[in-house]
Design a protein around this ligand. Structure first.
Ligand code: GLN
Length: 189
């Protein structure tokens, strides 16, 4: 799979920056707005934004069941910030975890942190948090990959990868690379 076809959910939020990073890493990108856009995808990114608005858009466009089917078929999905929230038990229910919205403070609270991210080589990962969630609870099948002040901010469950921060907003593409490894790992499977 030289140039995998990766969808970016483009209902709302920061999808364009993800598209740029993915293209830079050699993927083909398709913006996803309706169920037909999911056809033939090798992977999908759910961006940051506003999880309430994104969830409404998913309902409005009839995307919930097709997204569950996509994940059920083993297609890798990367959820970032609001995208992590949408993947949790209380939203699409694709990942066995519960996200706490705006967990780092009630007001707009944005910060950067250097994360030890399990399995990422090359030293700490600089991560941008914007009104980010953290992961309150996670089931036994969920591997927690990074934390801030004792709160989990990255997780993987099978082919689903979720981070509470914005990996598309800096020059470090290692989270997208890790996601594309999942995507490429399925080639021919
Ligand atoms: N606070 C937003 C929410 O709850 C997430 C913020 C983000 O995606 N940067 O949906």
């Amino acid at each position: 799979m030289d140039r995998p076809l990766v969808g970016v959910l483009a209902l709302q939020g920061g999808f364009e920056a993800h598209s740029r990073v993915l293209r830079g890493l050699g993927a083909q990108v398709r913006e996803v707005r309706v169920p037909g856009d999911l056809e033939g995808l090798d992977g999908l990114v759910m961006p940051g934004g506003e999880s309430t608005v994104m969830s409404l858009g998913i309902e409005r466009e009839g995307l919930a069941e097709p997204l569950r089917a996509l994940a059920g078929a083993g297609t890798p999905i990367l959820g970032t910030c609001a995208g992590l929230i949408v993947l949790d038990r209380e939203h699409l229910g694709l990942m066995d975890l519960v996200a706490r919205r705006n967990a780092f403070g009630r007001q707009v609270r944005s910060f950067e942190a250097d994360l030890d991210f399990a399995g990422l080589e090359g030293g700490p990962l600089r991560a941008v948090f914007i009104r980010a969630p953290w992961i309150d609870e996670a089931g036994a099948d969920v591997a927690l990959l990074a934390e801030v002040d004792g709160h989990a901010v990255a997780a993987q469950q099978g082919n689903l990868l979720a981070v509470a921060f914005h990996p598309e907003l800096d020059d470090d593409a290692r989270v997208h690379e890790r996601f594309l490894e999942l995507v490429r790992g399925r080639g021919g499977a």
